[in-house]
Design a protein around this ligand. Sequence first.
Ligand SMILES: Cc1cc2nc3c(=O)[nH]c(=O)nc-3n(C[C@H](O)[C@H](O)[C@H](O)COP(=O)(O)O)c2cc1C
Ligand code: SF4
Ligand code: SF4
Length: 246
Amino acid sequence: MKTTIICFSPTGGVEKVAQLIANELKVAAPYDYTTRGYEVSFSSDDLVFFCFPVYGGRIPTPMYDRMNYVHGNGAKAVLVAVYGNRAVEDALLEMSDLCLNRGFKVVGGAEMIAPHSIDKRFGAGRPDASDIAALNKFLASLMAKQELTPVAMPGKRPYKEYKGIPVYPTSSSKCSGCGTCAQECPTEAIDPGDPQHTDKSKCISCMRCVSMCPFSQRRVPKAMQLAASAALIKMCAGRKEPKFYL
Ligand SMILES: Cc1cc2nc3c(=O)[nH]c(=O)nc-3n(C[C@H](O)[C@H](O)[C@H](O)COP(=O)(O)O)c2cc1C
Ligand code: SF4
Ligand code: SF4
């Protein structure tokens, strides 16, 4: 059985979890589908980990585009939802439905915590040693299982209505115009010829442009950031623990 890891990780939290899985299973580094998809076909002998962030209790909308490049042909899938210490809600079920449509058999799932990309004070320091130990225990059980059979993911249909967090980064007046943010944006929301211009209807508030700007000139306006952080305080309170489905 060949194991492959595919991840969508705008600000690196998901990528960190995906890399932990790669290290533990001693397989190739995760394939990064954050800015675009790559055509790939699997077969029933393959095991594929899909690692993705939770946005508003759902999967990020670009996952639908990225999965168009991935052909399951009966391969087994393990779904790894990474979230910012609020909640996973319908994200695993939505990803499971998408994987079934792409020809996969979903044989396991995980919920892992990472810093919240809108305000990294929530989920700071995660995944920590206890999270990693729990993840490794799950991976050992998965690999030791005699037969990987379909596993139901948590969540409800119809999925929760996505109510995005209204945070839209902008480029400062000191922006050099280097274009990195436009190249790295998962939804092509930033005009490469004029990075001051962001198409809000395309922006998914993923914060990748902020984290990738080499000159720290891409930011969320202060009042907007304060409002978003205030809304998250209650919802992200209290330590959430990883969960596994096998
Ligand atoms: C627009 C948006 C919506 C989010 N919604 C949720 C959510 O519903 N529940 C949660 O716990 N975390 C939520 N998060 C936090 C991310 O799931 C978390 O930070 C994840 O690790 C981000 O992955 P990345 O660091 O690879 O970009 C949200 C983040 C963003 C940007
Ligand atoms: S413009 Fe929006 S979608 Fe694009 S990287 Fe920035 S936050 Fe993400
Ligand atoms: S990456 Fe930063 S400096 Fe470069 S165009 Fe974007 S905001 Fe401007």
